[in-house]
Design a protein. Structure first.
Length: 242
């Protein structure tokens, strides 16, 4: 995007932060966060948004400031506190914000692990998604993510498989539970489980090759999954990195 277009976009988004419809303000803050340091001209308006009576607007404004300034540690305690909310959508929004901070949000891992057992499935898959974005830094969540592979909600299962794959070789203990996921009725679960096995790699993951071959040879399987299985088999067989 040309610099003049970015400047204009920042101005428009800065004005949107004061929109009376709070969802407009949320989205404006998130878009500013995506622009990162290029959105620094909106920092005064984001600071003003921190005074909003809407907690979610405050959360996304704080997240945007962290992404623009790079000073994530200053704002992390507030995002983690939002993750402790017991009512409303605050926890899910906080998990999404922490996901955007990736490994820098590692101190939130214990709370995200607890959320993998939350009564609301949105909070469970939101937690798994945040852990996925932390990659190997979320290694302590491997047992809880492994258990989440058995969740009744398919979205939780595929987010858990995704997270285990992003953690990589340190999630080797999850391989025996990822293999049954190759027979899951949900295509996304099967696909993310295949990719997780390929990313974990090593001797443990190579035990999944027969199950992967079964997916490849199943003529009723989708072409996309068969291709994923083919690539995973090749990768695991030659030990190449993901």
């Amino acid at each position: 995007m040309a610099e003049s277009n970015v400047d204009e976009r920042v101005k428009v988004l800065g004005l949107a932060l004061g929109d009376p419809q709070v969802s407009v303000a949320w989205n404006a803050a998130r878009d500013l966060a995506r622009l990162g340091p290029a959105a620094s001209e909106a920092l005064p308006q984001l600071a003003e948004a921190l005074k909003s009576r809407d907690a979610t607007t405050v959360l996304w404004a704080r997240y945007a400031i962290a992404k623009i300034t790079g000073d994530t540690q200053r704002h992390m305690p507030f995002l983690i506190e939002a993750l402790k909310e017991k009512k409303g959508s605050g926890r899910g929004m906080a998990a999404a914000a922490l996901a955007g901070l990736g490994p820098e949000a590692v101190e939130a891992v214990p709370l995200l692990i607890a959320d993998l057992k939350d009564a609301h499935s949105d909070n469970r898959w939101g937690a798994a998604g945040a852990l996925a974005n932390m990659g190997p830094a979320a290694r302590d969540a491997v047992p809880a993510l492994t258990e989440a592979l058995k969740d009744w909600d398919e979205k939780v299962r595929w987010y858990a498989a995704w997270a285990l794959g992003e953690i990589g070789e340190e999630a080797a203990s999850a391989v025996p539970d990822l293999i049954p996921c190759l027979d899951d009725y949900d295509e996304d679960v099967r696909g993310f489980a295949i990719r997780a096995l390929a990313k974990i790699g090593g001797e443990e993951a190579r035990t999944a090759i027969p199950a992967l071959r079964a997916r490849l040879e199943d003529e009723t399987e989708t072409e996309a999954i068969r291709e994923e299985a083919r690539r995973a088999i090749e990768q695991l067989a030659d030990g190449s990195p993901p």
